[in-house]
Every structure is written in structure tokens, then in C-alpha cells.
Design a protein around this ligand. Structure first.
Ligand code: CTP
Length: 401
């Protein structure tokens, strides 16, 4: 099943390091080519000789060990690697990676690699729950690192708690899911999705915004990831949690969203604009807080850039998807947006229909493709809606024609 897959197995200094022997033997049975990289601390828990015997490859520990090759080890090892799996991953190694520290072969290898990374943390429960560690882990999750949650049970410190490395079967399952996705339709596709509302400040505590919850955009990001895509989500402020394996960029104003989209645009294949961008912003942002007063207050609003229209005018060969949230069944307005913003597909919804508006878990859409054919869908959950949107996108992608 994992034939021809090269996995670098990073092993760090936790008691669960002894389980690496079982992990290697199972991965080998599935046909994977395993290259073990240990930290010095890991060698106190299990010997390199054991792992070398099981992996049938040299085990690497030292960044500066003598080598016959002039290519640095962290570069040569990285070549053709399909996955870097760190199991067990200690708090120390995870935190160092999150800060870009490269002080041993394993952390240097991770910093210099673009390969998908999967980490199986293990540590004392207090360490796991420590906000410093949680913040470091969150940072990596947002960058697309995958984490296999530790389990509850007896820990090395002789206490019960959450911190045991996930069991080997679970780790193998995760590895399979990441590596056996060759047939997934969005494999090797980079997808950028905007979600949620923007906030346009009036003074330091007040803003103009809209009722978009971001749920539709997050559902799309989740579906894109499930279909094998490499997903970046640019999100306005929401109450939704970040998504496993999806790179997150948080913004507040339309101008900041435009900056982020423009920066991310060039290396993406599919860009989906589900964000409800505020069309206007206050011309003047008051310093401090506007005090109550006798007379009325007028706010002058100026137009925000239409991010989708601007990028659509250049297009650069991207597959562009827009949303048209309308207050009636008038689909013509959506067709005009499709044409004028130079889109490949637009998703229409009538926000006045029950269950199809903002802040709900359902939506009722029509999908209009470039040739202006219209496909209508019933009221569905936003996750089902996301599935239908991607079905249409995949059908209409250039290489699928
Ligand atoms: N959009 C955008 N930047 C804006 C406004 C909208 O990128 N400043 C994008 C939205 O993300 C959506 C599409 O354009 O994908 C259509 O947005 P919508 O609000 O329906 O239409 P508008 O073009 O703003 O027109 P109107 O509000 O007048 O209907």
C-alpha cells in the first residue's frame, strides 16, 4: 500500500520512542521506505541499531557527522521524501519547530523541507495543556502541519492524563490517509479560499460589518482538503475554529484581505471568493472613541476595492469562483457578476429564503458555469453544498476537459 513511499521517521526523546520499533516494522510491511532521524535524547530510549535493523537503512542522528557526500545531510535526506513523520514528538521539538529553530539534524531537516509533516505528540499532561505549548502547536497547525492527538492514559510520570502517544494503528491510518491519496481529484492543486465578513473600523472600538459567519467558506476549505488539495484559507473574524491541515491567514478589513489575496494568488490554481467583503468603509477612522454628543453624527463611506473584480481582470489562468448573495430570485444579477468579474463559476443564493441566509448551517444554491448553464440544488447543509460546488469545479477544471 505504501510501495515507493519514502518516509522520514523523526524520533525524539520520549518514553514512547520504544514504540518506534513497532511503527517501523508495520510501515515496512506496507512497503514504505523508512529513513530514521533521531535526536540525541531519543537514543537514550531506544538504540539506533534496533531501528537500523528494522528500517534496513542507516539511522541518522548527527548533523555534522562525517559523510562522503558534499551535499548536506538535511538536503540529501529530504530528496524525494513523501512524508516527514515525527513520532514521538516531544514538546521541546514541536516548540523548536514552531519557532524555526534548527539546532539538530531533525529540526534542520524539517525547516528545510516542503514535504507534508505529521506529528504524534507525547508528553506530561500539564506540558500538553500549557498555553505556551498549545500556542506553538496551533501555529504549526495553521501552517498545515498535521497532529495526531495524544491519548488519555497512564503517563511516564505515573499519573493518568492526556499525553500518551496515539496508538500505532492510528498513526498508520493517518500516514495512509496522507500518502494514499493519489486518486483524489484535487491532489497537487493549490486552492485559495476567502471566508467570513470583513470589519471596517469607525473608531478604536466600533466597526461596520455584515452577518456572514464564515461557515460556507470553512466548509469549502474542509472539503477541498478532503479531496486532496493544498488549501489556504483567508478568513475575516469568525467564531469558527481553525481547520486541520489548512493554512490560515486571519485578516479584518477589506484592504487587508485584498493584500493577503494578492500575495497568495500567484501560486494557486483555484481561487474561491466566498467572503462577504464590505463594499464600503468609513473614510475617516476616528482616533480613540467617538463620544456621545447632542447633534447627529454622519459617517462618510468610501468604496472598498472589489478584490475579485480586480484579480479577475488579470486572471492569469486561474480557475475563479465567486459568490452572489442576492436579496431576490433574480439570477440575472449573478450572471452579470460572472461575466463582469471574468469568473469560471458563480454560486448564487437568495439570502431572503429560509435556511439560505447568513449565520445558518444550511444553504440553497444555484451554480452557474461560464457557459451560463444553471444547476439548481435543494436546501442542504453547508458541507453538502461545499461538496456540490467542488463537484462542479472539478468537472469544469481545464485538465478535466
Ligand atoms: N467581492 C470582492 N470584493 C468586494 C466585494 C465582493 O471580492 N469588495 C466578491 C465576493 O467575495 C463575491 C463576489 O465578489 O465572490 C460578489 O459579491 P457580492 O457582494 O454578491 O456582489 P458585489 O459585486 O459586491 O455587488 P452587490 O453588492 O452590488 O450585489
Amino acid at each position: 500500500m505504501l510501495q515507493e513511499k519514502k518516509i522520514i521517521l523523526g524520533i525524539t526523546g520520549g518514553i514512547a520512542a520504544y514504540k518506534s520499533a513497532f511503527l517501523i516494522s508495520q510501515l515496512k510491511k506496507l512497503g514504505a521506505d523508512i529513513w530514521v532521524v533521531m535526536t540525541k535524547a531519543a537514543t537514550s530510549f531506544i538504540t539506533p541499531l534496533t531501528l537500523q535493523t528494522l528500517s534496513k537503512n542507516k539511522v541518522y542522528i548527527d548533523l555534522f557527522e562525517d559523510s562522503s557526500s558534499f551535499i548536506p545531510k538535511h538536503i540529501s535526506l529530504n530528496e524525494n521524501t513523501d512524508l516527514i513523520l515525527i513520532a514521538p514528538a516531544t514538546a521541546n521539538t514541536i516548540s523548536k519547530i514552531s519557532q524555526g529553530i534548527a539546532d539538530n539534524l531533525l529540526t534542520t531537516l524539517v525547516l528545510s523541507s516542503k514535504t507534508q509533516k505529521v506529528l504524534a505528540p507525547t508528553m506530561n499532561e500539564n506540558m500538553y495543556n500549557n498555553p505556551i505549548f498549545q500556542e506553538n502547536m496551533e501555529k504549526l497547525k495553521k501552517m498545515g502541519y498535521l497532529f495526531i492527538e495524544p491519548e488519555y492514559g497512564r503517563l511516564a510520570c505515573n499519573k493518568e492524563g492526556k499525553g500518551r502517544m496515539a496508538n500505532i494503528d492510528k498513526i498508520i491510518e493517518e500516514v495512509k490517509q496522507v500518502l494514499i491519496n493519489d486518486n483524489l481529484p484535487l491532489k497537487n492543486r493549490k486552492i485559495l479560499i476567502t471566508a467570513g465578513a470583513t470589519r471596517e473600523p469607525i473608531d478604536i472600538i466600533r466597526y461596520i460589518s455584515n452577518r456572514s459567519s464564515g461557515k460556507m467558506g470553512y466548509a469549502l476549505a474542509k472539503e477541498a482538503k478532503r479531496l486532496g488539495g493544498e488549501v489556504t484559507l483567508i478568513s475575516g473574524p469568525t467564531f469558527l475554529s481553525s481547520l486541520e491541515g489548512v493554512a490560515m491567514i486571519k485578516v479584518d478589513t477589506a484592504l487587508k484581505m485584498k493584500e493577503a489575496v494578492t500575495r497568495e494568488y500567484n501560486d494557486k490554481d483555484i481561487i474561491i471568493f466566498s467572503a462577504a467583503v464590505c463594499d464600503f468603509r468609513p473614510k475617516k477612522v476616528y482616533k480613540g472613541k467617538i463620544k456621545k454628543r447632542e447633534e447627529n453624527l454622519s459617517l462618510e463611506l468610501i468604496e472598498n476595492p472589489d478584490i475579485l473584480r480586480e484579480l479577475g481582470s488579470e486572471k492569469k489562468g486561474k480557475f475563479l469562483v465567486g459568490f452572489a448573495a442576492e436579496d431576490s430570485d433574480n439570477i440575472k444579477s449573478a450572471i452579470i457578476k460572472l461575466r463582469e468579474k471574468n469568473l469560471d463559476l458563480i454560486v448564487f443564493n437568495n439570502i431572503t429564503e429560509v435556511g439560505a441566509g447568513f449565520e445558518v448551517d444550511t444553504n440553497k444554491i444555484k451554480i452557474i458555469t461560464k457557459d451560463e448553464t444553471i444547476k439548481e440544488f435543494p436546501l442542504l447543509t453547508k458541507q453538502e453544498v461545499a461538496q456540490n460546488i467542488f463537484k462542479e469545479i472539478i468537472k469544469n477544471l481545464p485538465s478535466a476537459n
